[in-house]
Design a protein around this ligand. Structure first.
Ligand SMILES: [Fe+2]
Ligand SMILES: [Fe+2]
Length: 483
């Protein structure tokens, strides 16, 4: 039973406020969607407005104020930061996007607010002119013109729009590595790792990929940060989830895929470092040891405490990620069998990340576009052809993080693929050096842009370059956006 208000502790009060606010967000989500479909006097729509108003009045009566704030990727109600679970994520995301579309930073409902005020605001908010040069001014001016007196609006701070989402994505990336390190270090005492945390981490990876796919892909340019296997596992996880999403897997499947990819090399915990990092060719004995890591990984995973939280595919992925499409590779299967879909996805992400990472023992590492060419050349013996085709499409002809030379003699980094298939060769790039070769913090330009005077594209990629040879740290650019 809820205790009477005066007996509640401050923590109880915050919890109650939080619960009320979450209900309001869910209601707001329904109203804003409804306002697009229904006429203003539709009964279903009005009923939702009344419900929202009941919650609003409750908040005003108890707390004397009711204001919602959107900052970056977080919503606040009466200064309390609202946390959401995986199942509420889409409601929150929708409402946040509605705030962003209108560049709305804060909406405040005064105690005198009327049903008409709420109804009018929702209609303007949902239907307002998407083309308006200043969507915030359009919203607040129309509300005033239509007689809304008890609702006020504040403009969103421009820096809030994207930065904090990127900051949070970068945080998840490094948190992932720390979490995996704990798992690796826990060794025999595997109690230390909580698979519940792994699951939440993967939900977060999925959310960030949904919000900012190019940026998150950009983070996979971070190489050899701390330890190779940790960094590699995080990259493989991101690329696998991004590919799975393209293939139409649902959210829960993607979380399972993320966890499976994350632990794919868990068996390397038992491989001696001298062998993992050995420059030059491995001898037969060393190769035999390294080829045990799939068995060892699967064996370790089944010993996890909280094993029931581990998707069954994680064991298969650990076992099968070096099995090729023609069933060669390792471990050898003597009976004909099929390889799990997740293993085939992880195999592609694993190969790509491995060959694009400089390692002491490799005489050459590949640029991102060379890696794709190499993978296509391996053909159907190595990878599943349909999955590979989707992967190549996802990465684009110039994958995010590619370092390119332009016909203007400028140098640039690819930061986002062009969604228009006709413009595959024309991604968005960030200029990082001028025609004279001087490094500079240039702007992001769309290579699909045409010069209206000449009718020709302003800039065109002429060459992909190796950033290492120019002393360019590609990852720094992506991290700079998040810090
Ligand atoms: Fe492996
Ligand atoms: Fe791997």
């Amino acid at each position: 039973m809820t205790p009477p208000p005066d007996e509640r502790t401050p923590l109880d009060k915050i919890r109650a406020l939080h619960q009320l606010a979450v209900e309001m967000i869910i209601r707001l989500n329904v109203i804003l969607k409804g306002a697009r479909i229904y006429e203003p006097n539709n009964l279903l729509f009005l009923r939702q407005v009344t419900r929202f108003l009941t919650l609003l009045r409750k908040a005003l009566a108890e707390y004397g104020e009711a204001s919602m704030v959107s900052r970056g990727n977080t919503l606040f109600f009466n200064n309390v930061r609202l946390k959401y679970g995986f199942s509420d994520y889409h409601f929150f995301k929708f409402v946040q996007e509605e705030f962003q579309k209108k560049q709305l930073g804060r909406i405040t409902f005064n105690p005198e607010v009327t049903e008409d005020d709420v109804k009018t605001v929702m209609i303007i908010w949902a239907k307002g002119d998407a083309q308006a040069a200043d969507p915030f001014a359009a919203l607040s001016d129309e509300a005033t013109a239509r007689g809304v007196r008890h609702v006020t609006f504040d403009r969103m701070l421009p820096s809030d729009l994207t930065k904090s989402r990127k900051e949070s994505a970068a945080k998840v990336f490094f948190l992932g590595m720390t979490h995996l390190e704990e798992a690796f270090e826990s060794g025999e005492g595997r109690e230390k790792i909580s698979l519940g945390t792994t699951r939440r981490l993967m939900q977060s990876v999925f959310n960030h990929i949904s919000d900012h796919e190019s940026f998150v892909q950009g983070l996979t340019n971070i190489k050899n940060f701390h330890e190779y296997t940790l960094n590699h596992s995080m990259n493989v996880c991101i690329l696998s989830v991004a590919l799975g999403k393209r293939l139409g897997l649902d959210r829960n499947e993607l979380v399972d895929l993320g966890i499976s990819a994350f632990f794919h090399d868990f068996g390397k915990l038992d491989t001696p470092k001298e062998i993992l990092d050995k420059p030059g060719k491995l001898d037969d004995r060393e190769r035999e040891i390294i080829e045990k890591h799939p068995y060892q990984g699967a064996g370790k995973l089944v010993q996890f405490k909280g094993f029931e939280n581990l998707p069954v595919q994680a064991i298969q992925v650990a076992m099968e990620h070096h099995v090729k499409e023609d069933m060669t590779g390792y471990p050898r299967y003597f009976k004909k069998r099929t390889v799990n879909l997740f293993s085939k996805i992880v195999k592609i992400a694993d190969f790509f990340d491995a060959v694009t990472t400089p390692r002491v023992y490799r005489t050459k590492h590949f640029t991102r576009d060379e890696a794709l060419t190499l993978m296509l050349a391996q053909g159907r013996t190595e990878f599943h052809p349909v999955l590979l085709r989707e992967f190549v499409k996802m990465m684009g002809l110039y994958p995010v993080g590619s370092f390119v030379g332009l016909d203007t003699l400028e140098l640039a980094l690819v930061v986002e693929n062009n969604p228009d298939p006709a413009l595959l060769l024309r991604p968005k790039v960030k200029l990082i050096a001028d025609a004279a070769g001087n490094k500079r913090e240039g702007e992001v330009v769309d290579l699909g842009e045409v010069d209206p005077e000449t009718g020709k594209f302003r800039r065109t990629i002429v060459k992909v370059l190796d950033p290492g040879k120019y002393g360019i740290q590609v990852a720094d650019y992506f991290l700079a956006q998040a810090i």
